[in-house]
Design a protein around this ligand. Structure first.
Ligand code: NAP
Length: 285
């Protein structure tokens, strides 16, 4: 393998160690711990695993978690009511709605029930706008985690051509916006893109955020390109790792690349939400 691994496990471990110290300091100053509420609808085993991992990580860094698991049959109105209560609850700093939610639920409506000040997973329109306008706000957790990983390895972005495959509102689109905000030249690809291979061949940085295992072939990768694989379907990434690693300069493993960075970003943003809420509350009293 020629490429250097972008080791999300190692980088996130360092981030979480720093976060733990900051959480202790927050507790010392404010006499309470930041709290993340997780909301999960239904019985999808993968979603249960993701929520469990997030709750475990909360415990490791001293963030309090409040886990709310709802029945598969929960409708949009009820879900929005539950999220609305958490939004209004002064003891809750951050809210994570585990997605995807069951198909009968209006996911966008549920996301928008999250108070933007508690949107630590970066899924509301307010957070999207902050990323688009390069203003302060919460980044979508996976794109935010990818940016932190690129920065940890000091990978230059300005002037480089980034190809983002995927255009979902919580991953592909914000990923491109964050790269654009750092002066990369961004191309978006999606299921209707003609000649995906040719776009990838021109990329200095490839971010695959699709959910189709092995979609990106190693021979498409420009020698020396940086390859980020956010995909995670059937326990596999979107990139054919073995062949891509022969040509890339840096590449994320799956697992152990993007996933741990997503959680570290979510928890870091939970502390930021708590700090911001405390400051705002103090100022208004
Ligand atoms: P999504 O909403 O299903 O979006 C998938 C995107 O991929 C869509 O924009 C779709 O295009 C595009 N696409 C589908 N087939 C394609 C093809 N053959 N060629 C090019 N583009 C294609 O999924 P998502 O929520 O963004 O998640 C994407 C992947 O990331 C999934 O595997 C998910 O598990 C993973 N993920 C990982 C993390 C993490 O922490 N590691 C977090 C979130 C998601 P259209 O828009 O045209 O349909």
């Amino acid at each position: 393998m020629a490429a250097q691994l972008l080791d999300g496990r190692a980088v996130s471990k360092a981030m979480l160690a720093e976060l733990r110290a900051d959480v202790v300091e927050f507790g010392r100053v404010h006499g309470r711990r930041p709290t993340l509420a997780t909301v999960l609808v239904g019985d999808d085993p993968a979603s249960h695993t993701y929520v469990r991992m997030k709750v475990n990580r909360c415990g490791q860094v001293g963030i309090q978690s409040r886990r709310i698991d709802l029945d598969e049959k929960t409708d949009t109105k009820e879900l929005c009511r539950v999220i609305g209560e958490l939004s209004a609850d002064p003891e809750v700093d951050g809210i994570l709605l585990q997605h995807p939610v069951p198909g009968h639920i209006d996911e966008r409506a549920a996301f928008e029930a999250i108070d933007p000040g508690k949107d630590v997973d970066g899924v509301t329109r307010t957070s999207f706008a902050a990323m688009a306008f390069t203003e302060d706000g919460f980044a979508s957790a996976t794109p935010g985690g990818i940016m932190a990983l690129l920065d940890a390895y000091e990978i230059p972005l300005a002037g480089r051509h980034a190809v983002v495959i995927g255009r979902s509102a919580i991953l592909g689109k914000p990923m491109g916006m964050l790269l654009l905000g750092r002066d990369a030249t961004v191309t978006y690809c999606h299921s209707r893109t003609a000649n995906l291979r040719e776009h990838v061949q021109r990329a200095d940085i490839v971010v695959a955020a699709v959910g189709v295992p092995g979609l990106v072939k190693g021979e498409w990768v420009k020698p020396g390109a940086v390859v980020i694989d956010a995909g995670y379907a059937d326990n596999q990434g979107d990139v054919d790792f073995d062949t891509a690693a022969q040509r890339a300069s840096y590449i994320t493993p799956v697992p152990g690349g993007v996933g741990p960075m997503t959680i570290a970003t979510l928890l870091t943003q939970t502390l930021h939400a708590a700090q911001h809420r405390t400051t705002t509350t103090t100022l208004t009293h």
